[in-house]
Design a protein around this ligand. Structure first.
Ligand SMILES: [Zn+2]
Length: 493
């Protein structure tokens, strides 16, 4: 019997973690494993710690973890499980393991910094939150420290795409390319003695993303008992999945004005995609040649991992690299900024350039220093290539703010701000339905009404839209479930 316990990303898009208990035959000791162990990201509030510290199982009784990819909302609680006693293997692709090491180390640092800020009274907290915090030391406050991260790094077992590993003598897990970030996977979990299968999508990407392969479609799967599918864009279609022409046009126009282009970008995948697209556009003559600066230590670390796995890039990127006779992230026009002094030196540039820096929503990081310096001149541009959450400086700028606070001072904004489309890392409704109906063709699905589709990793509105879409295609008798956190369900008997 396989039973699921939902521990995160339930009717929300962060904190992905699904716990399973497998009993091969009555009387056996249960085998317990998680698919993903993600962090809830709800702002720098104590509430976040409450949510992240809420586990519905004992980590010391956990036997294994299977990781779909290295985004914080899928891996950020893994060191917490280790800090609380988990000591089993973590199955993931090699690239996921390497990026996870960077992401988890950064999360440990952020948690410690948040503790220091809260102690100094620099964090907005409700009275309740202050009471929760009172008297706590750093050790109690943070979920985990660097040494927990190091211990976690030692638990990874590399698995290649299409390789099958037995996480239990009777449970085989296979990884397939999810096309979401480099190294990302969707997985099948098969009970070997019966063939009963559970498919977990992880996060699914879009087609035609730079250098990563398109998501693999599930084919020839039989005995599917359940599918867990992400629903970030369950009710939305992307206007475009190709932001390249617009990106090239805006950088070129800024350069013609003699200006600097600032691009806030997330460290994992988005920064590397933007670098790739810009350098490719320069090589193709769509953008004048100019230096591209990456000013983000974390993005630098992730880029190093990507660069050492360039053989995993898609055919288009491979072809492009052999055409220019170089690996794209070793391109001479790409300059990695390592120190704060080098970062400040960028203020003295007097020729057009592109500066890519974190954080992606401008709620911190080096991008703010560059905005403070370049924000006052109309010749410069700011290209927002990702979603900007409410309350962030990025969102204020996208909505046309004429000044924003940076380091306690209001900075007058004159530079040209563009909120751009076509860079989403998640597939839209069209991609989700293609993937789902490839695993479960509508005719099969309609007849196999004991198969259940669990909608995870989505907001209620998107999930309702996707549930309606599925019902429209296959009828209302089939099982489509939107689980709640803490709920348990039998996947198969
Ligand atoms: Zn993701």
């Amino acid at each position: 019997m396989l039973t699921a316990l939902f521990c995160g990303a339930d009717q929300t898009v962060t904190g992905s973690m699904h716990h399973f208990e497998y009993i091969q035959k009555e009387g056996d000791i249960p085998f317990r494993f998680c698919v993903d162990a993600g962090f809830f990201q709800v702002g720098e509030h104590v509430r976040e710690w409450h949510l992240n510290k809420q586990l519905f199982f004992k980590p010391s009784e956990l036997d294994a973890v299977v990781l779909t990819h290295a985004h914080l909302d899928h891996v950020g609680r893994l060191p917490y499980l280790v800090a609380k006693g988990f000591n089993g293997p973590v199955f993931a692709t090699e690239i996921t393991a390497k990026i996870a090491a960077v992401v988890m180390a950064d999360a440990a640092k952020q948690q410690f910094n948040a503790f220091v800020a809260a102690e100094r009274g620099q964090m907005q907290m409700t009275r309740e939150e202050e009471a929760f915090m009172k008297g706590m030391d750093a050790h109690e406050w943070v979920l985990y420290s660097n040494s927990d991260v190091e211990k976690t790094n030692g638990l990874f077992r590399d698995v290649a795409y299409h390789q099958t590993v037995d996480i239990h003598p009777n449970l085989a897990v296979t990884f397939y390319d999810a096309g979401h970030i480099l190294g990302s996977a969707w997985i099948t979990i098969v009970e070997k003695s019966t063939g009963k299968t559970l498919v977990c999508s992880g996060d699914l990407g879009s087609v035609d993303k730079p250098f990563i392969r398109d998501p693999e479609m599930p084919h020839n799967l039989t005995h599917i008992e359940a599918v867990f599918i992400e629903t970030t864009y369950g009710n939305k279609l992307h206007a475009t999945t190709n932001g390249r022409p617009e990106l090239a046009r805006l950088i070129s126009q800024t350069a013609e004005r003699g200006g600097t282009t600032l691009i806030p970008a997330f460290a994992v995948q988005r920064s590397q995609e933007i670098i790739f697209m810009i350098l490719e556009a320069m090589e193709q003559g769509a953008v004048p040649r100019m230096p591209v600066y990456l000013d983000s230590p974390m993005a630098d670390a992730v880029t190093t991992v990507f660069a050492s796995h360039f053989k995993q890039f898609d055919n288009e990127a491979q072809g492009f690299q052999s055409q220019i006779h170089k690996q794209i992230f070793s391109h001479p026009l790409l300059h990695i900024i390592h120190t704060r002094e080098q970062s400040i030196e960028l203020n003295h540039l007097d020729t057009p350039s592109v500066i890519i820096a974190g954080s992606g929503m401008m709620n911190g990081g080096r991008i703010l220093k560059h905005l403070a310096f370049h924000g006052g001149e109309r010749k410069n541009s700011l290209l927002l290539v990702g979603y900007q959450a409410e309350g962030t400086i990025g969102r204020h700028l996208a909505e046309g703010a004429s000044s924003v606070p940076i380091d306690g001072k209001m900075v007058h904004i004159q530079l040209q701000v563009h909120q751009m489309e076509g860079f989403s890392g998640h597939g839209d409704q069209d991609m989700l339905q293609k993937w789902l109906f490839s695993a479960l063709p509508p005719a099969v699905f309609r007849e196999k009404i004991d198969t259940t589709v669990f909608l995870v990793h989505g907001e209620p509105e998107g999930q309702a839209g996707f549930a309606a879409y599925i019902h429209d295609k296959v009828g209302k008798n089939v099982g489509v479930v939107t689980p709640a956190m803490g709920q348990t369900t039998v996947i198969w008997q």
